[in-house]
Unconditional design. Sequence first.
Length: 490
Amino acid sequence: MQALAIILVVSCLGVLADASEAENNLTAKLYKDYNLKVRPAKETGDRVRVRVGMTLASLVSVTEKNEEVTTNVFMDLAWTDYRLSWNPAEHDNIQVLRIPSARVWRPDIYLINNNDGVFDVALHVHIQVYSDGMVTWTPPAIYRSTCGIKVTFFPFDWQNCSMVFRSYTYDASEIDLQHTLDKKGNEVREVTIDSSFSENGEWLIRHMPSRKNVGDNLYEDITFYLIIERKPLFYVFNIIIPCLLITIIAIFNFYLPPDAGEKMGLSINVLLTLTVFLLLLADKVPETSLGVPIIVNYLMFTMILVTFSVILSVVVLNLHHRSSSTHDMPLWVRKIFIHLLPRYLGLLRPKKETPLELGLHPKRETPGCVNRAADEYFIRKPNCNFLHPKQNRYQNENQTSDMRRFINGPSQYLTLPPDLKSAVDAITYIAEQLQAEQDDGALTEDWQYVAMVVDRLFLWIFVIFTTVGTLAIFMDASFNGTPLDPFLSP
């Protein structure tokens, strides 16, 4: 058995030695008069057809700040070199040779729009040469290409990142760039996805077409287009929803009672929080003046609302702390904020409001109570108005019967003795002080009620503005869908 095993090993080594010898002889024959610096064209005017394809292994990243896209690809280059052809029957039926790429003429096709100055591939793998002169080369490469980022609809945007491959020295009169072929011989006019392709967590590839272009300088290029659409879920949960919740907190600032003492603190804290979110976005969005991202528009819209909430909170606090000693309430304020708006805002007070007509029309005195024939009857049954000089706090002073008119008044009133007059003066003073204290308290309550009505009015105004503004901003992004035909897109 050992002898048989030794015989098999020796036979295999002999076959390999024969095959290696045959390849060596074939390689020596092919390179006898071969010059890798000369273009493989039989005639001077002939063009060398070079087929260019690309297989995408992974979309590594898209850096908005630097406006570049990083891809991991396998290039697929094929051309015909008639000097590297042979008859397989004459060389032990060898169909293909694998030769180092540095020993074969290659079309100097590189990525034109690279962003890091690295034009070449990552690894110079061997070139496969077939017996009919067909040469194929599939080197791996990691390219960092430029990609103009349109930030208007960020983070609901899509981008068109193109990769342009062109020869640096050969124009259209010397080489003919064509799309690569599949196994059936059909042209492949798009980027091929590798079987081990790993999907990017932020971007979704929608289209991957390729197209041949001819420039004004007669240089041809094959351009591969990557139409990618952003997955906005990360930004929705980490930026948009928190901003929306912060806006709701700013709105409910108007529901917070002014006596709580936290209205201004809450508004300023919300404003500072939005500033932090804006600083976080500044590191993500490209520094460009060509467009403002939709999410930045939303943040600025929210910041403007919060700023106005701070200003209006100052107004509400000012109204809440007004009193009779500092401000008189105008009639239009009482009419609008006490009698008109509360019924629409659901803020009616438990007590019944005094009609405004009482303050507009004087109340006439009853003739029977003014003209008295008997002094004794008048003292026992005095004027019905003189113990209550003001029926309500809205009535003017000159529209009421004052007790002093009874004491010092005209001839139709009885003049009292001095002792009784001093007692009446004291009673009148006490009544006036009680009436003034009651009026001051009622006016302070009215100002606080006006502040509460204004607070509730601002609450509904901000709810409407926030809802309409949010829908208007983000509904605009819904029209920014990825085009069905990428070549018709702007």
